[in-house]
Every structure is written in structure tokens, then in C-alpha cells.
Design a protein around this ligand. Sequence first.
Ligand code: BGC
Length: 750
Amino acid sequence: MKAIRIFSTCLLLLPFVSCTQVANKGSDAATEKKVESLLSRMTLEEKIGQMNQITSYGNIEDMSSLIKKGEVGSILNEVDPVRINALQRVAMEESRLGIPLLIARDVIHGFKTIFPIPLGQAASFNPQIAKDGARVAAIEASSVGIRWTFAPMIDIARDPRWGRIAEGCGEDTYLTSVMGAAMVEGFQGDSLNSPTSIAACPKHFVGYGAAEGGRDYNSTFIPERRLRNVYLPPFEAATKAGAATFMTSFNDNDGIPSTGNAFILKDVLRGEWGFDGLVVTDWASASEMISHGFAADSKEVAMKSVNAGVDMEMVSYTFVKELPALIKEGKVKESTIDEAVRNILRVKYRLGLFDVPYVDEKQPSVMYDPSHLKVAKQAAVESAILLKNDKEVLPLQESLKTIAVVGPMANAPYEQLGTWIFDGEKAHTQTPLNAIKEIVGDKVQVIYEPGLAYSREKNPAGVAKAAAVAARADVILAFVGEEAILSGEAHCLADLNLQGDQSALITALAKTGKPVVTIVMAGRPLTIGQEVEESTAVLYSFHPGTMGGPALADLLWGKAVPSGKTPVTFPKMVGQIPVYYAHNNTGRPATRNEVLLDDIAVEAGQTSLGCTSFYMDAGFDPLFPFGYGLSYTTFKYSNVKLSSASLKKDDVLTVTFDLENTGKYKGTEVAQLYIQDKVGSVTRPVKELKRFTRVTLKPGEKKNVSFELPVSELAFWNIDMVKVVEPGDFGLWVATDSQSGEEVFFKVVD
Ligand code: BGC
């Protein structure tokens, strides 16, 4: 048996150990000297100009006149290298001080080569996938002159109604911390001043994912302890990974919009974490403080955001207009402006923009490089989650003669790219239909009958036709899900069932009696309980990007074996939301053998159902728990051992266990380590993910695997709002998902 040491893997410990570049800490004296020298030569107007980010006006002349006057620090949404160089030339040669512009773009899960949406990348539980994806995105985006992306999005999201759940890493604080830090590393490369590095911008700071009712932009109410225990850690991890910039969020938390929240921007980000990069607002989130009713007018907007710790406003245009008067009136101090400008210039120096402001317009194209497509395909492979596989229908057998490919997502090159693909091109997408045809060649007859043209279509005749045609096949592959527009910013839903007639399609296909393999491509977990029941197998692929087709074809035919795990809980029905694994216990936890609606006797007595915490129609458990995902093979966990049952606060707990491949295929298991702090000065979650690792095993192979967990990582913000490890009893599980595993115990002693 081979021992795998997880501890030595720097990446898994990103949030907690400074084993990575820490760009924001490494502010060298030379850079600071340059910043000070430049600052001392700037007029107040030029300083305020640096704090202004505009979106491309289209017309270069209009932008140039502002740039010449030193009124622009950054431009977003320019993607043409010739135009970018032209604008940069105005800044460098025609403005008084020659300060380069910071060119920004939302490069979220790829620039041209589109990777799976971040929620999909998170399903891989593989930080290397996230890092590689961000690296490729940086290489492609920087080749046109973009040096700043607004990513990673690391908002914890526990409500799939929220369309932006697609953009983040799901519900878990630890998983999001690890994946987000890996993305920061990928975007920024080994050194920020390499021309292929782009500054990362963790967003949205903070709490945005907790929008009430899952409706975008809505208010949040996250008390400080929960903010610190659940929502802030991924951002702290991103800071430790060296993130150069941060973005404020749209939401007001407990009445305070993030863009005007000095507690999070000054006390936490700068004070506690020592961040010295730049903070930008979200798109117009400064001026939107007027709609929030937090600022009366644009003057108050400028005052409140700058005084709260914002350095640059994105397209609100209040700073240039209002700050000069606010300074005169003493409502904003010039020293506050100086600090903001220092933060901005520091990032520009770190990116090397003063030395290399222009992009090489003549360099050979790096877009869709075969090496990029290869990692995008691997990302899509590792992101897919096998939710069901009855009768081992997957992988598909060589003996099949005819297969039917059905459903609106089978050949939808735009839709499988998902949300936030401003620069993605559907012409480069490889769809499942094409990949399937390629993989089977002329050995198998492929019948294609989509039934529905797009996911929202209602077309009973199309459904009937597809079912009739599919009945001729040995197996039916049904590609359903969501069009790209159904998730992402402002794209929230109150109903998470499959849209249009897609459910009817699955029902009709199931009625043929042929095995139905349902492949879902979506931007969020959907309530697909009925479809799971009706299907023989279900493979879930959060919008998989450019290479989704070949990745899914490989998985269906067993050239690759599914290994993804749910990065977010799948609810049975919308009314169960919020449903997430790391909840606190009630005083009356569910027993899981509750009496449900159909079994309740007429005139049953008030207390006859047992007084525990569950829904009479949905029960307690979700459709699929966090961390869930099957393989074509099976894994057995055994022999879980702890280095000690009693540990001190500065000890490191070593957990070892045997993992055996007990099935027929070589496969990869995401082994997960959860803990529970049994009694705290405040109630603690029933389980918390603390480690995970991917282990690849041949059939029959057994490995002894170890996790190392410093006891210090059991710390939480306690009753006194101090982060401490409280002595006491802990439970621990090493398991295949958040609902499995046998509990073992240890103690932390003083
Ligand atoms: C989004 C941000 C994005 C920004 C710039 C906003 O609407 O919330 O995530 O980075 O626009 O496009």
C-alpha cells in the first residue's frame, strides 16, 4: 500500500499557509518609493482621475480627451489590442504624468477558450483545474492587452434560485477558499509583472450570495459571527494568495451597502488582513447607494464610498465630479485620496505597466491553443457528476447498434458555454452531438431528434416525435438543462424544475422502455427528482464550456470515469431552500424516519408526528447532499485512524485511512474529511469540510491515505467574537460525501 501525504500539497493549504506568492505583502521599498515620488507630483485632479474607471465609450477620441487630462485611471470592456494600445499611448505620451491605464474585463471562466462555469470547476474538487483554467484565461486575455479581470467570484451561495450561484464555487467555505485561492494564483501567475499575468479581483466583497430569497441584488442579513465564520474566509484566503484587487458587492448587509461599509473595507480587509491592493466598486454600486436610500445624492455617494475605503469607482462618475468640493469642505481628507491613489499606483507598478504599457499587436494568436483546449476538456471531464447509474448502463457498451441523441442541449453550442462569456465564440464550441458522432464513427447509428429547440420551448408535438424516434434506439441520451441566459447576473428563478417541456420529454422517453441516460447541462442545481427517478442514469454537467462535448462523450463511453462531486446541495423542491450541509442543529433535529404527508392519518393528533425539524412534504434530506457523486467503479473506506485522540491547540492531527477500489474500472475518488465541534460557546455546524483529496486507484488497488489537519484550523469566531479553538469533543468523518462515513472522535485539551 502506498502512502499519500496530503500535507505537503501546498495548494490544498492555500488559505492557511503562506506557501504561495504573497504579492500584496511583498510591497518592496523600491515600488513604494516610486509610488510616493509619482504621488508627490500629482495634482488633486490627477489623483482623483486615477480613481475613475470608465467603460469603453466606443469612440476613441472621446475617451482620449479625458485620458489626456488625467481623468481616467482604468477602462473596462476594451478587447482590441490596437485600440488598447492607442488608448494607452494617449495615457503614456499625452497625459502630463504618463500614468498607464489599467485595462479590465470580466474574464470569468475563460476568455476565448471557455472552461466549465466556476460552479462546475468547483465540482472537480481539484484546485489544479481552477488554477489551470485561470492561467489559460490570463494568457489569452493578456495577449490582447487586458491586465485585470473581475474574478474569482467567491461568494458563498446556498440558494440556487440566485442565478449567480453559477459564477462561484458553491455553498462551502473551505472548498471556495481553496478553489478561489487557486484561481487567484492562476490569473496572476508566478509574478504579477509578467506580461501574461492579469490582476485578480475577488468579488463580491461581501455577503452578496446571501441575497434574501435568492433574488439578485437583494438585501442580506448576515450577522458578524456568520460573516466571519462563513462568508469572509474565502476572501481572506484570496488575500493570502496575493490577490491584487478586490471588488465591493451590490448588497446592503444589515442596512449598510458594501460600497459604503468601512467595517469590511477598512477594519477587516486592510486592518486585519493587511491588504494593500486596490478596491474597486461593482458596476455603479457607488451611485446605487442612492437607490438603496443610503446616500441622498452623488455628492454623498462620493463621500460615503471614499470615506469607507473605496479606491476606484466603476462607472458611477461621482468622484471626478464631487471630490474636489468635498475636499474643500473638509468632508473628505486629501490624505484619504492619497491613500486610495497609492493603492491604485501600487497595483499598476506591480503589473509592470509603467515599463511595459503596450501589448504586442503582432504576436501570433494564442487563442484556442491545443494545450488550452486540452485542459478545458480535462476540466469538463472532472467537473461532471454522476448522480445515478442503475444497471451499470454507463459506460455505454461497445455492443450498442443504435443510439438516440435527444434534447435541446445536445447541440447547443452557445448554451453549453454558460453565463459570462463576453468573448467566447460558439463557432469554437464542441457539442455533445458532434463529439458522439466522432467517438462512435460508423460503428453505431446515431439518431438525432432534439424534440425541443431550446430549453424553455413548449412543444408537445416535438416531444412526441422525439420519443417515437428514440424508441428505435438501444439507448437514449437525453441532453436537457438550462440555456446560458437562465443563470448568471440578474437571472434568478423561483421555480427550479426543468423549463419548458423538458420534463415531459424525459417522461415520454422513459415510457419507451429503453434505457434513458439524462445529461443535464445547467447553471445551478435543479429540482430534478422526478427526472432522476425516470432515468436509468443521470450525469450532471454544470455548463461545461468549449470542450463540453468531447468531455461528456469520453465519460459516456468510459474513456474517462466520472469523479465530480456536488459543490452545492441539490434540493428536492424549492421550498426546502436554504438547504446546505453545514447547518447548525436545532434543538429538535430531524430523525429521518418522519411521517410524511401521505402517511399522516386523518385527524392525527397535534404531536403524533413527532416534534422535529422537517418538512411534511419534502422530509429533511435533500435530493443529493453536498460532496455527492458516483463513479463507474466503487470505493471502500476503512481503517480510519487518528494520530491521537487527545490533542493540544498547536498539535497537528494526522488522519489515515485505507481507500480501496472495489469495482471494475480505474477511477478517482474525492475523499473528504469533515469534523463537528460538539459543544461550543455558540452552536456549531453539524459538519464542516476541512480537507479533501483526489485519489486515483486501479481496480483492486488499495492505498493508505493521510490528511494532516492542524488543530488551529478548528478555530471559529466564538461568543466573544474572537477566533479561537475551544477545547472539547469533536467528531470526524472521512467519507465519500457529506452524509456518509462512520464517525470517530477526538478531543482538544487546553
Ligand atoms: C457585476 C460584476 C462585474 C461588473 C463588471 C457587474 O454587474 O456584478 O461581477 O464584474 O458588472 O462587468
